[in-house]
Design a protein around this ligand. Structure first.
Ligand code: AMP
Ligand code: MG
Length: 316
């Protein structure tokens, strides 16, 4: 368990927002109001900061996060923009619509944000405080809802305090936010599909696109639940490896000998989470079996092990 830290309640004015941006730049976590719910923000380029989101929320798995940016121009730096994106952004941004598009090769975001996927969920929120914070910070902010995993999404700073006090550096108090409905998520990497219904009615999206949205049932898309097989390494993976067999590559954790790469030589789970996706990718030559040292099943270790078990599961 991470040590308790002091959580500052920040006003939604110039002083509070510049402090919030400073916390984000230093790799800290700041909760802020959006028009949907309060988000728990971290610099989306910073592996450790993003790992801390999962730790603070106590999330048992690494699902991909939505990146929040100040405007369309900034969004285009991170994703392969297309006509459908342009049409929807022109109509609905800023607003409760998240677009999933192909991640740009030069995006420079932490792979933990996309859970290793080649696509990115991105949106421009409409809440004035969120927009101002994103403008002052001037960078991409990964932000799931600011509640402990499994608890109700927060619509006030007091809700966030109740759930996450002592685990995050700051909360920008912007009062109650909107309706508490999450953003509508539309996938645009292929034929447009509805990945999650939310604050913006699907009919309005369809009216702009001029085509009906596919849904999970159409079997067209990479629904989050299917991410596992999608991102398995090419090579066999052996978990809980106490040693390295001949021909294997060892992905270590803690002070183990002979590791080809090490998630955290010091045995730090936050560091290990921050390194997980990049190292799984880097150690995989598609051929040599990969052995992974035991990772304790506690705190972030649960999400790390969940991801490793998926990587090790038999393939079709
Ligand atoms: P939230 O919990 O509101 O941050 O929403 C995150 C959700 O967005 C995830 O659980 C996914 O359902 C969806 N999502 C994020 N990134 C992607 C992606 N690259 N591809 C598909 N769905 C995504
Ligand atoms: Mg949530």
């Amino acid at each position: 368990m991470a040590p308790m830290i002091s959580t500052s309640l920040l006003p939604p004015d110039a002083v509070g927002l510049s402090r919030a941006a400073q916390i984000l730049r230093a790799g800290g976590l700041v909760a802020f109001p959006t028009e949907t719910v309060y988000g728990l923000g971290a610099d989306a380029r910073d592996d450790l900061a993003v790992a801390r989101i999962f730790e603070a929320k106590g999330r048992p798995r690494f699902n991909p996060l939505i990146v929040h940016v100040a405007n369309v121009e900034t969004a285009r730096r991170y994703v392969e923009w297309n006509e459908a994106a342009e049409a929807l952004a022109t109509e609905f941004w800023p607003g409760p619509l998240t677009l999933v598009l192909s991640l740009r090769a030069d995006a420079g975001l932490s792979p933990l944000v996309t859970a290793g996927l080649p696509s990115l969920a991105i949106r421009v929120p409409a809440h004035p405080v969120a927009r101002e914070l994103l403008t002052v910070f001037d960078g991409p902010v990964a932000a799931p809802s600011a509640n402990p995993s499994g608890k109700i999404s927060p619509t006030s700073a007091a809700h966030v305090q109740a759930g996450l006090s002592g685990r995050i550096e700051g909360i920008v108090d912007g009062g109650f936010c909107g309706v508490g409905l999450e953003s509508t998520i539309v996938g645009l990497t292929r034929a447009p599909c509805l990945l999650r219904p939310g604050g913006l009615p699907a009919e309005e999206v369809e009216a702009v696109l001029g085509v009906p949205l596919l849904t999970h049932d159409d079997g067209e898309i990479n629904a989050p639940g299917q991410l596992s097989s999608h991102y398995a390494p090419g090579a066999q993976v052996r978990l809980d490896a106490k040693d390295k067999h001949p021909g294997e590559r060892l992905l270590g954790f803690g002070p183990v000998a002979g590791a080809d790469m090490n998630l955290s030589p010091a045995g730090d789970l936050t560091e290990a989470a921050a390194n997980l996706f990049a190292m799984l990718h880097a150690i995989d030559d598609g051929q040599s079996p990969i052995a992974v040292s035991p990772v304790p099943e506690e705190g972030l270790g649960r999400a790390i092990n969940d991801r490793l078990r998926r990587a090790a599961a038999p393939r079709d």
